[in-house]
Design a protein around this ligand. Structure first.
Ligand code: CA
Length: 225
């Protein structure tokens, strides 16, 4: 049974999440401030963390930064609409995703399932990545969709591979840029958008699917569900 840590100072929200998650079959742990949350995050049996941004004692960004120093546990940030919260900074600090309150519980549950599931299962050689009907073989440098070969340039291939390897994690354009292009590359984040467009033309449009999602003003994500 997966255990989820909720770090949230608004007791009504924490209680609501606890009820919903327990109903879904998760074990739940709650912390009502940032420091308590950080302590409870040390528990290695925790499968994922829901982390509010505005917290007493230690704010959510600081909690995130400290957890990431020692753990890769999936983290979804919870933000209020009028929080002064830099989503890009949160994602760059290593949050997997974020949701703005009030949110639909079904959507949060889907994101939770996706973020827990992404713990890699080694059933295939690691040079083969699958995403639905898409099969990517990085040693052969080939991509098939439903057995149709897709021709990609080296950069397009690298970009798609990075997105799939990090599926269900919202990647900022800056993070993609620094990973796929050199740090001293001067093209700017616009380069990422251009290559995403190429990929969509060759995959999404060709096969009438929605593989790559845009997170407006932030970046991109490929999701399981
Ligand atoms: Ca709060």
């Amino acid at each position: 049974m997966d255990k989820i840590l909720i770090i949230e100072d608004e007791r009504k929200i924490a209680r609501f999440l606890e009820l919903e998650l327990t109903y879904e079959g998760y074990k739940v742990e709650i912390a009502y401030d940032g420091r308590e949350g950080l302590n409870k995050a040390d528990d290695e049996s925790i499968s994922m963390i829901l982390l509010d941004v505005m917290l007493p004692e230690l704010n959510g960004m600081e909690v995130l930064r400290r957890i990431r120093k020692k753990s890769e546990v999936p983290i979804i940030m919870l933000t209020a609409k009028d929080d002064v919260f830099d989503k890009v900074a949160g994602l760059d600090l290593g949050a997997n995703d974020y949701m703005t309150k009030p949110f639909a519980i079904e959507e949060l549950l889907a994101r939770i399932r996706a973020s827990i599931k992404r713990t890699p299962v080694k059933s295939e050689p690691s040079n083969v990545l699958r995403m639905g009907k898409l099969v990517m073989n990085s040693s052969m440098h080939t991509i098939l969709y439903d057995d149709n070969k897709i021709e990609l340039t080296k950069k397009e291939f690298d970009l798609l591979k990075y997105l799939i390897q990090n599926k269900n994690i919202v990647l900022t354009r800056e993070r993609i840029l620094s990973k796929i292009w050199d740090y001293d590359y001067f093209g700017g984040a616009n380069t990422v958008d251009v290559h995403i467009r190429y990929l969509r033309k060759k995959i999404d449009e060709k096969f009438s699917i929605k593989l790559i999602q845009t997170i407006r003003g932030i970046g991109y994500v490929i999701r399981d569900e």
